[in-house]
Design a protein around this ligand. Sequence first.
Ligand code: AMP
Length: 226
Amino acid sequence: MTANNFRHIIMVGPPGSGKGTQAAILAEKLQITTISAGELLRAEARTGSELGKQIAARIDFGKLVPPEIIVRAMIQEIAKPENSAGYIMDGFPRSMDQVGLFDEAISKEPYSDKNLTPDLVLFLQVPDDYIYDRILGRSQCAKCGEMYHEKFKTPKVFGVCDRCGGKEFTKRADDTYETVVSRLRTYRSVTAPVIPYYEEKGLLKCIDGTGPIDVVSEKIRKVVGY
Ligand code: AMP
């Protein structure tokens, strides 16, 4: 496989490492879909369903939702015909349990003939002080969801969303200091073990996630080769 044939990509890294931002940029370049595990779960939480309430309770405390729920949701998304050109999974898999369930499901009917196997895992590395700074400074357009940051990505016109012109900005409910502490603890104990797993499979590429957005996306461009 030549570098620019990567079309089944996993984006892994601690909370606030820039996975969502970089996944969106890369997906546009490669003309494939980015599927954010966190977004899928927040969308279900917003419906107010029984499942949504259980999910919200986990997210609000910085805990992972049960693996069966997120694995099923992610596979259903990547297997959709409109995503047949490829995918970037942002924030999934996030534990070895999820890796096991995912690998098993994509190797069996009805998914085994769809070629859903990952071919590249991008690991965004950032130190802890970056994480707090990035997460606590970020906000989102209430209308279209575009992400901003008080230091690293401000709207071109103060108070106006670049993408949709919206004038209301919100913060994610789980972007608080206490929740970040919990999310980082979960990341270290439960998510970090997926990194050596993908390294052994020869799929892992480490990216220095510090620095401005365009500097990091340039590093990713070189690795992906588009
Ligand atoms: P994120 O948007 O990636 O920062 O994720 C926000 C929250 O959604 C996490 O703190 C978890 O509570 C939940 N979440 C996201 N991805 C996963 C996943 N792969 N497995 C379980 N829970 C997840």
